[in-house]
Design a protein around this ligand. Structure first.
Ligand code: ADP
Length: 426
């Protein structure tokens, strides 16, 4: 396997989002779950996105995991590594964007690192070093109340400086509008004055294309899927991509087998999607109280599915409306109930696969992460997009044989998402 672009993603769904963006922009891409075993055989690809869960862990743990992933990617030929962060710059003064960027920069031999979470397609823009979310400064957007990483400062130069050991500078929009040479000169000047990381403004995709072209000449960058788009387009433009990626919309090879849906997301979109699914397939709504009080509900769900699955797709959902969720959380605690239900939905996914399911749709970011871990899937090949940000995934190297998955987080997808997903998974 040879690869050009490596990425280390700080969470699983962010990794899928990036892998999907790279595929859409012309790179054959694999997403691995964790750092792959040395003997995992990956197909020939242009880009590998290593998915980690290091967004909100202790900085030292994040640095250690990211450094191991970087060494793995470099050993396989990556000429550039993108540290994929959230487009809302999710972090605290303790990290982890600064400490990880510092460590990867040191490993890559120094030089100022371009840093930008801009992703105009999803309303994330950076101007004068300040991050805007759908036109609102970060500290006035709903992210100011994020439960894990509340963001109270939109000035990313300041935010990154507080969590970095080096000096943080800015590549401003006027410089970027001047083109790649202007950005190169600015970076060189910043580097000469001791700057180790430079927040880069970007308002339009063309800004990210300019930044991608310059970043590609350096060993490391830090950014969201928007910078991934810039890097992918720069790689294609450079003529180094010898085999065209499967055109977006081309299906992965069929896997056959049975099909099922498992839902743990309680978002408004998922609740509508489940209601819509009820019109076309059997849907079992789990009783979370029973699920949390003993093994019977789980066993009953598996037996319910076993009776029906041979005749067509079925859906099993823990999902409930906000009032029901609040009741469960009040009784069992927010974290404890979440983890217990994730454990139940992933056990159901595992049992369904043991009974012959090879096409599996999972709704919910955490729910998907838990299911993928439980199924022990080491990597995914990225297929066509079902809905914005949600591709069909083909498994690589898993014990159960080839499977197709769709992992949908939160509010993604239209009301007919489940039918749309199954119609693209054969
Ligand atoms: P989303 O992508 O919509 O945020 P997640 O899977 O990340 O979905 O999060 C949903 C969380 O809610 C999971 O931890 C899941 O186990 C939990 N959950 C699912 N159903 C219920 C329920 N009925 N009551 C309480 N929590 C639930």
């Amino acid at each position: 396997m040879t690869l050009l672009l490596g990425s280390i993603a700080d969470d699983y769904t962010g990794a899928s989002d990036l892998a999907n963006t790279l595929t859409k922009n012309g790179l054959r891409t694999v997403q691995t779950i964790g750092i792959p075993d040395p003997d995992l055989a990956l197909p020939d690809v242009d880009a590998v996105v290593v998915s980690l869960k290091i967004r909100s862990v202790a900085a030292q743990e994040a640095v250690s995991a990211a450094s191991t992933a970087e060494a793995w990617l470099r050993a396989r030929g990556a000429i550039h590594v993108l540290y994929k962060i959230c487009s809302t710059f999710d972090s605290t003064d303790a990290g982890n964007i600064g400490p990880v960027t510092d460590a990867l920069r040191k490993a890559a031999g120094g030089g100022p690192v371009i840093v930008t979470p801009a992703f105009p397609e999803t309303g994330r823009t950076v101007y004068a070093g300040h991050l805007f979310v759908n036109g609102m400064p970060l500290d006035e957007s709903p992210l100011k109340d994020h439960p894990l990483n509340p963001m109270h400062d939109a000035n990313l130069v300041r935010v990154l400086a507080r969590q970095s050991s080096g000096t943080v500078g800015l590549v401003d929009l006027a410089t970027i509008a001047g083109g790649a040479d202007a950005v190169r000169s600015r970076l060189a000047a910043l580097g000469a004055s001791g700057v180790t990381a430079a927040i880069a403004d970007a308002v339009f995709e063309s800004d990210l294309e300019t930044l991608g072209a310059v970043a590609l000449e350096t060993p490391l960058s830090t950014g969201a899927s928007g910078l991934g788009l810039g890097l992918a387009r720069a790689l294609v433009h450079s003529g180094r991509i010898t085999q065209p990626a499967r055109a977006a919309g081309t299906a992965l090879p069929a896997v056959g087998g049975l099909a099922a849906i498992v839902a743990g997301s309680c978002s408004a979109a998922t609740l509508r999607q489940i209601a819509e699914a009820e019109r076309i397939m059997p849907v079992l709504r789990l009783d979370p109280e029973k699920l949390l009080s003993g093994p019977d509900e789980l066993a009953a769900a598996i037996s319910w599915a076993g009776d029906r699955i041979a005749s067509g797709p079925v859906a099993i959902a823990a999902s409930a409306d906000p009032q029901a969720v609040a009741r469960v959380q009040a009784r069992y605690g927010r974290e404890a109930s979440g983890h217990a239900i994730e454990s139940a939905t992933s056990a159901i996914a595992e049992e369904l696969v043991a009974r012959g399911v090879r096409r599996l749709v999972v709704a919910g970011g955490e729910t998907s992460g838990a299911a993928v871990d439980r199924l022990g899937i080491p990597a995914f090949l990225i297929g066509p997009e079902i809905a914005p940000g949600v591709p069909v995934l083909g498994t690589v190297g898993n014990a159960q044989g080839k499977m197709l998955l769709a992992l949908k987080s939160g509010n993604f997808g239209g009301d007919d998402f489940f039918a749309a997903a199954l119609s693209m998974m054969h």
